[in-house]
Design a protein around this ligand. Structure first.
Ligand code: HEC
Ligand code: HEC
Length: 147
């Protein structure tokens, strides 16, 4: 209700509220993330958020969570011919590159046997691993990770 009032001339608002308080409640319930903009209205674009890069690692929220990426990834290509992530994180190269090794689970085939090369099920890293930006959640939530 609070949001509706500034949009409508005061006199009209009072009439509306007095006449049909239920409608006002309904309007409040369907207010969207766009806010109370008219259909044709354009919201100014959201700011470009900064990547969170100041950490060495992100805490994991549960045991089987794919860890979040604490570095830039924009220039690291992953396609049929090349996978830049592997050049630093593969078990053959990680020591030299001083990077954390990819989990052993990524090398297991369907029978649970560990291979020398990454299993193709885990080839497209960014299908599961993502960097984070410094943005507030759009809707609040009460999620808490396990320890
Ligand atoms: C130039 C080397 C390099 C490349 C390329 C690279 N990484 Fe990393 N990565 C690192 C290093 C070093 C760390 C350790 C944290 C740090 O210093 O930023 C890391 C950390 C991570 C972590 C966090 C691990 C954990 O246990 O928390 C993930 C996940 C990750 N990288 C995924 C990727 C993915 C996916 C790509 C490709 C899109 C990629 N990395 C490309 C060097 C690299
Ligand atoms: C299908 C989802 C999936 C894909 C694809 C995937 N990962 Fe992971 N990754 C995970 C999960 C889940 C974990 C945490 C549990 C584990 O180690 O298996 C993990 C763990 C890791 C870790 C931390 C290992 C540790 O021991 O702490 C690194 C580094 C990593 N992945 C890098 C990569 C890179 C690089 C690629 C691409 C070549 C990749 N992952 C592809 C799901 C995935």
């Amino acid at each position: 209700m609070k949001r509706l009032i500034p949009l409508v001339p005061t006199g009209l608002a009072i009439v509306l509220l007095a006449a049909s308080p239920m409608n006002a409640v309904a309007a409040e319930e369907i207010s969207s993330l766009r806010g109370p903009l008219a259909l044709e209205g354009q919201k100014s674009p959201p700011p470009v958020f900064k990547l969170k890069l100041d950490l060495e690692k992100f805490d994991r929220n549960f045991k089987t969570q794919p860890p979040l990426i604490p570095h830039k990834v924009k220039k690291y290509k992953i396609n049929l011919k090349a996978n830049r992530c592997l050049k630093c994180h593969d078990k053959a190269t990680y020591k030299e590159e001083e990077s954390p090794m990819i989990g052993v689970s990524h090398y297991l085939d369907k029978d649970g046997k560990e291979g020398k090369k990454i299993n193709m099920k885990r080839y497209f890293c960014t299908q599961c691993h993502v960097p984070q930006v410094d943005a507030k959640p759009l809707v609040s939530n009460t999620f808490k990770g396990t320890k």
